[in-house]
Design a protein around this ligand. Structure first.
Ligand code: NAP
Length: 295
């Protein structure tokens, strides 16, 4: 197995490379200076150079607010580059594992989403994710699309860092009580990707779309309450009050209210159990705190 990881500096890419290192699995992970995935020529020569048997695509445009103002940039990274990648993987007999998102759904469902639920993205970012999935299905039959809920880690913008930053700086922090998700540590996502890639490498031909999120759904405001308890071990927090805000006040449009998944298909196919996120929270906050101290 030769793995090529795209997006090594991101939340998921970083944790995936760490885990592959610890498991002695051979991989390559070019950074953006070596490969801009929007450059078709670079993409092709990169695949020719590294000759992977499996590509994990964790490279993405991820800012929902900016995506509304620069849709062409968002579609170039999230859809067009992925379409080209899928074509190349198909032609070169490479398996493609691609990280996708709850944003392919509108979030109106009252229950966790399963893979069979109809998609209906809101906004540019969600649309780009759905169109990427469609391109992969059309162009590269040997693929795994892994849809994820909220991803948290000590790096890059995410719910945990955003809340911690606010709680350190402000007495009042705005949170939404009616947005539900499963904060999934990037290290847990890496565990799932490695479990899947080991099995497809051993011949499991279970191509298709899978949902994964950590167990225990929580609202953004519920997560904030837990964050206050955990983060106050590391910082002198300024926050005294959580203000319940409307969902659309942060992103400028309404993000999906429900980002929770049924993870039965990935359990039944790959034996991947959903893990609770709470146990990982303290470690992630500690790492983020150390990074802040060193900067
Ligand atoms: N973050 C979430 O809450 C979340 C939720 C659900 C699903 N997901 C899925 O998980 C995937 C990865 O998410 P993440 O949170 O790990 O992302 P992230 O932290 O934002 O990292 C994105 C990665 O993509 C790279 N990248 C962006 N544009 C590129 C380009 N043109 N060429 C090469 N590399 C490029 C970035 O490189 P630079 O460091 O150079 O910018 C970075 O390494 C996404 O596909 C997303 O759909 C994420």
């Amino acid at each position: 197995m030769r793995v090529l990881v795209l997006g090594k500096t991101g939340q998921i890419g970083h944790e995936l490379c760490k885990l592959l290192d610890s498991k002695d699995i051979t991989y390559d992970a070019p950074d953006r200076s070596e490969l801009d995935i929007c450059d078709a020529v670079q993409l092709q020569s990169c695949l020719k150079h590294y000759q992977p048997t499996i590509v994990v695509n964790a490279a993405a445009y991820n800012n929902p607010v900016m995506a509304e103002n620069e849709p062409s940039r968002c579609f170039a990274v999230n859809r067009d580059a992925v379409a080209e990648l899928a074509d190349l993987c198909n032609r070169m007999n490479i398996i493609l594992i691609h990280a996708s998102s709850y944003r392919v759904f509108d979030g109106e469902k009252q229950e966790p989403y399963s893979e069979k639920d109809p998609t209906n993205p809101i906004g540019v970012l969600g649309t780009s994710r759905l169109q990427a999935e469609q391109q992969i299905r059309e162009r590269c039959p040997e693929h795994i699309i892994l849809r994820l809920s909220w991803v948290i880690s000590d790096r890059r913008p995410n719910l945990l860092r955003r809340q911690a930053e606010q709680m350190v700086k402000h007495r009042e922090v705005y949170v939404t009580p009616d947005q539900l998700g499963c904060p999934t540590p990037a290290s847990d996502v890496a565990r799932v990707i490695v479990a899947v890639l080991q099995q497809v490498n051993c011949g499991a031909k279970a191509w298709g779309t899978y949902h994964y999120c950590a167990s225990e759904p929580v609202s953004e405001s519920g997560f904030a309450e837990i964050m206050i308890a955990e983060a106050s071990q590391f910082w002198e927090l300024k926050v005294r009050k959580l203000i319940m805000a409307k969902m659309d006040s942060r992103e400028g449009f309404k993000p999906p209210a429900n980002a929770t998944f049924h993870c039965t298909k990935i359990l039944n196919t790959f034996g991947v159990h959903a893990r609770p996120w709470r146990n990982a929270l303290s470690d992630i906050i500690r790492l983020y705190h150390e990074e802040q101290k060193n900067n």
